[in-house]
Design a protein around this ligand. Structure first.
Ligand code: 87F
Length: 736
């Protein structure tokens, strides 16, 4: 019964947004009536320190508390709030403002203590007429936040009743960048130190949107970062501001990436540095990649298996070239409970040394070959460089394939068959153009004979990135692990081996390649939902008939293999849903309302180029099928054009350094001599050492690959750097 009322009343709320033909006060009283039911289920009351602490504990939040003398002002707080548990620069003691505007809405601002918060600035930021913003009254502090003046903190926002949540907009100062935030637990004789991310999560879980705000004079205000665009407009806003990515892709790429993958619900942050949670939206993408690649390798006789996570020190160090250079990244288990292990064991960073003792057992005769084994697992590499979700993480998911063959030629074929499958994963599934090539001696896997790779470049920051590698290991490992077999003449031979890996980095490269200012843009082949269907219902309509028709269309599309979803929830209005699915990158949106129904049509919107058009019922299936293919091709072509624009040739060092600094991937004629590559790297590094290794310098330029496809060198071509005879053309770039 309760559910039934709540559904209908949501409907009424929704109509209000879209029709604006119901009087505001009637709407308000409906909403009050409605919320008087839902409040009973969801509201929290925090009245004091004890309740706040209990609440944090119940929510499994890590925090600590310091008691102190009463701190009535920010200045007093800064003097009195101390801790020896974390250093001063790890936390921000914040100032909190609860303000009201003339239209009846409220702003809650949590600011860095040094940020400007004068009314002149606030009026500008919120585009308000002078005098329209003031401090909220004491009784409003009580009725909205359940707190006394002097003790206001973001915790008090948790006291907002559901009916008040659309009236209060919360802003968190962008200047707060510390890991921890220090705020009062409803009383200013005590301070809770809580991770800033945890606080944000807590608030968002309670349906309180966290808007980031820059507390300084707006310069050029674009609609997307204009504080006014997220200012309380009371009910019409419906939390849309919570969705949007706050900065453009070209404005602050790192921030754009972080917001895109979190707000699209791909990634959640985790307390251990370099480790991230893959939420269902990104894991589904991984599953699609897995399915594609798994089918391919099975066609060429690869079988899946699972080998243990742990490796002994003895096995790990058996092939010295292999671990050399990698050893700082190996993570070890040294204890069980309180006791030290007699022999520490490593957590797999890759599984050559785990699998090959078994290969030695399984392979006796030429009849046992080839052996082709693959596993889908996680690996751990304790990286020290800046972690980036998907791109560089301490734990990641991958497939690692390992094969053994009787001839070098067979191993060669295996290496290139796999490289071609990797190219297909990137180009045909993820719509990311790549360059297949060979690594130079410097960059190859040291334990192997040669390394093939597919590489690409992220045009936004000009960084080259290794997408997947396929190695011919030669006989190095078979020597060390004694993987021997008797050939047809009963002569003992060593096996030729390959190994190859593709990781969840592929998802990050895809996001960086295609995403735009509105968030993710997913290529149809990898989109967990390819067409999202959204009903547009007004007060005059029969909601059920519109929804039923959409479900019928969805069923038709599903029957021809299109991944669809009808978002007919009553929780959000269509505007919110449009933004939500846009942010998640769904390739096609199908809108459907009464007007469409009258004309036997749906409205279709493409995520990639925003094109909008209508389509008659009887053409929907074929139209959507074709459109998905078209979008896939269009996205690949767009990415390819961008990559081409940023790919240049250089014939001497001056041209080279200029192009690399200008975020290009550069192809040069090259001598293919190890020492020459080292000298190029050194010269680049020295040239930039005084400028610092920031995003705009070329400090880390290195070879990416010697492309497999290359036009023949002209007679007498010289190395661009050492001017010896050029042997190949090689790609250089700054790199991840
Ligand atoms: C880190 C620690 C220890 C890379 C490491 O590329 C060892 C290693 O051997 C290590 N990081 N590598 C190279 C991995 C080679 C190879 N293994 C199978 C692959 C693909 C999958």
């Amino acid at each position: 019964m309760l559910k039934c009322i709540s559904r209908n009343l949501h409907q009424i709320k929704f109509e209000y947004f879209y029709q604006l033909n119901i009087q505001k006060n009637i709407y308000k009283s409906f909403i009050k009536f409605y919320y008087s039911f839902s409040l009973m289920e969801s509201n929290i009351t925090l009245s004091n320190k004890e309740e706040t602490i209990k609440f944090l504990e119940n929510n499994k939040i890590n925090f600590f508390v310091e008691d102190h003398d009463k701190a009535d002002t920010v200045q007093e707080g800064l003097e009195k709030v101390k801790t020896d548990k974390i250093s001063k620069d790890e936390f921000t003691f914040c100032k909190n403002l609860f303000l009201k505007n003339k239209a009846g809405g409220f702003y809650f601002i949590t600011a860095h203590p040094t940020s400007q918060t004068d009314f002149k600035l606030l009026h500008k930021l919120f585009h308000a007429k002078s005098g329209n913003i003031r401090n909220a009254e004491k009784d409003q502090l009580q009725s909205y936040l359940n707190v006394q003046p002097g003790s206001v903190s973001p915790f008090s926002l948790l006291n907002l009743k559901d009916s008040q949540k659309s009236e209060v907009k919360f802003f968190l100062d962008k200047a707060i960048v510390s890991d921890y935030i220090a705020i009062h637990p409803m009383i200013n004789t005590s301070t809770v130190f809580i991770k800033t991310d945890d606080l944000i999560n807590l608030l968002e879980k309670s349906q309180i949107s966290v808007n980031r705000l820059e507390l300084k004079e707006p310069s050029v205000v674009t609609p997307s970062n204009d504080a006014a665009s997220v200012a309380p407009k009371k009910a019409e806003d419906d939390g849309k501001s919570k969705l949007a990515v706050s900065c453009g892709k070209n404005q602050d790429f790192a921030e754009w990436y972080s917001e895109t993958i979190t707000k699209s619900e791909m990634i959640d942050y985790y307390e251990i540095s370099g480790c991230y949670i893959l939420r269902p939206w990104s894991y589904s993408i991984w599953e699609i990649i897995q399915r594609f690649f798994d089918d391919k390798i099975k066609e060429i006789g690869v079988e899946n298996a699972y080998f243990p996570l742990f490796v002994s020190e003895r096995a790990l160090n058996k092939e010295k070239d292999h671990v050399e250079g990698f050893s700082p990244e190996v993570a070890w288990v040294t204890k069980s409970g309180k006791n030290n292990l007699e022999n520490p064991i490593a957590i797999r960073p890759t599984s050559e040394t785990i699998m090959y003792p078994s290969f030695a057992k399984w392979i006796r005769s030429h009849r046992d070959l080839p052996v082709k084994v693959n596993q889908w697992t996680n690996v751990v590499r304790w990286e020290f460089k800046n972690p980036t979700p998907f791109i560089r993480t301490r734990e990641f998911l991958w497939q690692e394939g390992h094969t053994a063959h009787s001839t070098l030629e067979e191993a060669d074929k295996q290496v290139y068959d796999i490289l071609e499958f990797y190219r297909q994963v990137y180009e045909d599934v993820l719509a990311v153009p790549v360059i297949p090539g060979k690594k130079t001696e410097n960059e190859k896997f040291a334990g192997g004979f040669y390394t093939t790779t597919i590489e690409t470049m992220i045009p936004t920051n000009g960084k080259g990135i290794q997408c997947a590698t396929s190695h011919n290991l030669g006989q190095n490992f078979s020597k060390m692990f004694e993987i021997n077999y008797l050939d047809e003449k009963q002569v003992s031979q060593q096996a030729w081996q390959t190994s190859w890996g593709l990781t969840t980095r592929s998802i990050g490269v895809m996001v960086m390649t295609h995403g735009d200012d509105q968030g993710l843009v997913l290529p149809p082949r990898v989109a967990p939902i390819q067409a999202i269907m959204i009903p547009i219902i007004t007060s005059k309509d029969n909601p059920e008939s519109i929804k039923n028709k959409l479900h019928e269309i969805s069923k038709g599309l599903k029957s021809i293999g299109v991944r669809t979803k009808v978002d007919d929830s009553d929780l959000h209005n269509p505007g919110w849903k449009f933004s939500h699915w846009e942010l998640k990158g769904v390739p096609i949106r199908i809108e459907f309302g009464a007007k469409d129904m009258q004309k036997d049509q749906v409205t279709i919107v493409c995520r990639d180029n925003k094109e909008k058009f209508t389509c008659k019922y009887d053409e929907i299936n074929s139209k959507i099928k074709d459109l998905l293919e078209l979008i896939q091709k269009r996205m690949y072509q767009k990415a390819k054009d961008e990559l081409n624009k940023k790919t240049s040739e250089a014939f001497n060092y001056d041209q080279f350094i200029k192009l690399v600094s200008d975020k290009n991937m550069v192809l040069t004629p090259w001598c293919n001599i190890k020492e020459c590559e080292e000298q190029v790297k050194k010269r680049v590094k020295d040239a930039y050492s005084d400028k610092g290794d920031d995003e705009n310098t070329a400090a880390t330029a290195k070879t990416l690959c010697i492309p497999l496809e290359q036009k023949p060198l002209e007679e007498g071509s010289k190395c661009f750097f050492c001017e010896k005879k050029a042997e190949v053309r090689v790609f250089w770039g700054r790199s991840y």
